[in-house]
Design a protein around this ligand. Structure first.
Ligand code: NAD
Length: 459
């Protein structure tokens, strides 16, 4: 193994916690900081708090030895050679990224900076943030020679976060100083040298071969833009296929065939060409808005992104119209909803299109019984049970006596339903699938009328 580096990770959420345990898995010593004492206590006790494959095992392997959890950012700063900032950068009312958490961390780091440190932006931030962090630290009386700020954007996806971190398509390091670039290269050496992949019992990767990932060295500003541009491009790809799916619906064509035909072109590729109820989650909506706002502030016309957002918002309205078309009227209808998380394999409900759909359906007078394998507790906290909304403890309990079943999140188990059992449970045999999880003919063969996105209705 390569050299062990002392690392601090600030923020122990979906990104910070995964980064912390994965850096330990790569052989480093990590202090993971959070300003939420309850979270720190839970992590010290081995509760990862989020639903993420492989995370509990890694947490138990490294907690309180190679990964220490604390609220004390000052002590962590003094011990670490590199400090990764992984706090939230939510959307503000204007659409910009709210960087106040990043600023608070930078100022606190400044108070404890006595020897040279590399401060790394892991959070998704707009271009020029590195300069603001540098200024904030200097304003707090720290000499410029004592630190560098660089960018190492994170591309992990919730649900496959650990394997994405350890088997990335690429590692991007934006550094304007050679010293900082060298330290980041050392930190990632176990992956880029391929050494990690020769070890026994490593966490498997998905969609990647174990060829070592490339580390792309760029300027700090370019790295900041790479992250925003990547997320904006993925959102664009989703909105594009969603718009194509609407055209397919209008012409009785089949979007699955169209996407397959497009995706076989290696310049296009098959991934992210699945239509649905629109993108959501804690990243795409806010990152598209922030990137659009950056362009506006720089006087650059990037109205393409406004269209991406418009198509995305419209996709939910189109789905609502589809449910109405299936049921004639909505007021008083009892619906079973499968899925609350913003996508499968996660309990994250931030900006979940499924939850937005639930709210829209309730506003139309429907009553909902919802099931999700991991996200019910988080949803209950924002949408308490009422006479219009109940939570079921299983798929078929949710479907019992419902006028239709809606699939809103692409959990694997929702693609393997016992259709016969479902048909018996439902009052009307109708599925409206916002994630295209089935072969329409198969559902129709089971005696169920099947509505999906961009494909003809099957009965
Ligand atoms: P999160 O909300 O899950 O975690 C943020 C953590 O930071 C929280 O635990 C919070 O308590 C902590 N925090 C806030 N202020 C703090 C402070 N002053 N000191 C110490 N801790 C503090 O957020 P997340 O999903 O992990 O996202 C973090 C960043 O990474 C965001 O910029 C996001 O856009 C980016 N990102 C997220 C993903 C993803 O899939 N979630 C993927 C790539 C990049």
């Amino acid at each position: 193994m390569g050299k062990t580096v002392d690392i601090a990770v600030v923020g122990s959420g979906y990104v910070g916690l995964v980064a912390a345990v994965c850096f330990a898995e790569m052989g480093h010593h990590v202090i993971c900081v959070d300003n939420d004492p309850a979270k720190v206590k839970a992590l010290q006790g081995g509760d990862s708090l989020i639903h993420e494959e492989h995370l509990p095992q890694l947490l138990n392997k490294y907690r309180n030895n190679q990964v220490e959890f604390t609220t004390d950012l000052g002590a962590a700063t003094e011990k670490a050679a590199a400090i990764f900032i992984a706090v939230g950068t939510p959307q503000s009312e204007t659409g910009d990224a709210d960087l106040s958490y990043v600023e608070a961390v930078a100022c606190e780091i400044a108070r404890h900076l006595k020897t040279y440190k590399v401060i790394v932006e892991k959070s998704t931030v707009p271009v020029y943030t590195n300069e603001w962090i540098r200024r904030a630290i200097e304003r707090n009386g720290v000499d410029r020679s004592l630190f560098d700020v660089c960018s190492n954007p994170e591309f992990l996806r919730e649900g496959t976060a650990v394997s994405d971190f350890l088997h990335p398509d690429r590692i991007v390091v934006g550094a304007d100083s050679e010293k900082a670039a060298r330290l980041l290269q050392e930190i990632y050496a176990p992956l880029t040298s391929g050494d990690y992949y020769t070890r026994e019992g490593i966490i498997p990767g998905e969609f990647t071969s174990d060829a070592p990932p490339p580390l792309l060295l760029t300027s700090t500003k370019s790295a900041e833009i790479i992250k925003h541009a990547s997320n904006a491009f993925l959102a664009l790809k989703i909105s594009f296929i969603n718009a194509v799916s609407s055209l397919c619906e209008a012409t009785d064509a089949n979007v699955q065939q169209v996407a397959q035909g497009m995706g076989l072109d290696t310049r296009i590729g098959p991934r992210f060409l699945r239509p649905g109820i629109g993108y959501g989650g804690s990243c795409f909506p806010k990152d598209v808005a922030a990137f659009r706002s950056v362009a506006e502030q720089m006087g650059v016309d990037f109205s393409l992104l406004t269209e991406v957002e418009r198509i995305n918002a419209n996709q939910k309205k189109r789905f609502l119209a589809k449910v109405r078309a299936a049921l004639w009227t909505l007021r008083g209808k009892k619906l079973a909803v499968l899925g609350l998380a913003f996508k499968g394999d996660t309990d994250d409900i931030r900006d979940s299109p499924a939850i937005e759909m639930v709210k829209m359906l309730i506003a139309e007078g429907c009553s909902i019984t919802a099931y999700d394998p991991a996200a019910i507790e988080r949803t209950r906290a924002v949408l308490p049970e009422s006479d219009k909304l109940r939570y079921a403890d299983g798929i078929y309990a949710a479907a019992e006596d419902a006028d239709a079943l809606l699939i809103l999140t692409d959990w694997h188990e929702f693609g393997a339903l016992d259709l016969e059992k479902l048909r018996t449970a439902l009052r009307y045999s109708i599925i409206v699938d916002g994630r295209n999880m089935y072969d329409p003919a198969k559902v129709a063969d089971a005696g169920i009328t099947y509505y999906s996105v961009g494909r003809p209705v099957a009965h």
